[in-house]
Design a protein around this ligand. Sequence first.
Ligand SMILES: O=C(O)CCC(=O)C(=O)O
Ligand SMILES: [Fe+2]
Length: 285
Amino acid sequence: MPANTSPLGEQEIQQFRRLGYLVVPGFITDEQARRVEADVDRYAVEQPKFDGRNVAQYDALCELIVHPQTLAIVDQLTGEHGFTFHHLHAALHPPGMPGIGWHHDYEQVPQTNRAHTQVHVLHYLNGLDGSIGDFVLLPKSHRAVMRRDAFFYFGTESLPGEVVLDSLPRGSTLFCHSALVHARRSKPGGGERSRYFIDIAFMELFGDVAGAQWPSYGREGWQDMLARLDAKLHQADRPQLFDASRFFDIADANARLAGLQGSMALLLPEPDPALRPVSGRIPIV
Ligand SMILES: O=C(O)CCC(=O)C(=O)O
Ligand SMILES: [Fe+2]
């Protein structure tokens, strides 16, 4: 493990462990936020189908993956075995953008435990102001084991104990345990403004479980994506950051599980297919 500063205090680390999230207002400098926004503007025009596999073509987005303070914080939130990168998504949300129903983003096939931490780093480059979409979350829900879409039937309606994030300054970042149940609740307004949203997922390594792997990013070509990022961003002190051998192919795993019966969360009644979230062509489990 590289020697790092420790950007979070013990109380903040404990909040993340207990509640499943931590907000850091103004984490990204205005100058860096502007450069990343320019990348997002560029692909929104050139490649509206941006899905994460193209990320190596965008220098400012790449810089955000290896942002030193972010890596140091993820070190603090994961532990001694280090972590690996899973994906980056970036999106420009115009006024009127639909919401996303309650879900979580912890990648596990099938969902069985929360022994290892996954962190979603959510950058709200131009903040949140109560227009377009609020981020809503259920504190402590990262401690439950459920399918990613288990709460999807609630849509984006209010749930008891929810926390609404609707006012964050530019450059704010939310460190979220990936198993935390959350939603984007659409809101009117926005005017000329669009909402710049980046999410970057990191997964704690299984230093204590020989050979254990995580599910890959759910789109064909995930190995090439990691190879391109490793060529561009390789960190000598973190050789595992873009290491494809840390993953199994999620599409293969889902195919093997299809139709199996058992005591794990496999055979739930199918939700309405129109409401069911998908990740690329891979169904969400
Ligand atoms: O737009 C947001 O604030 C959150 C979106 C989200 O939860 C997701 O893309 O999985
Ligand atoms: Fe999400």
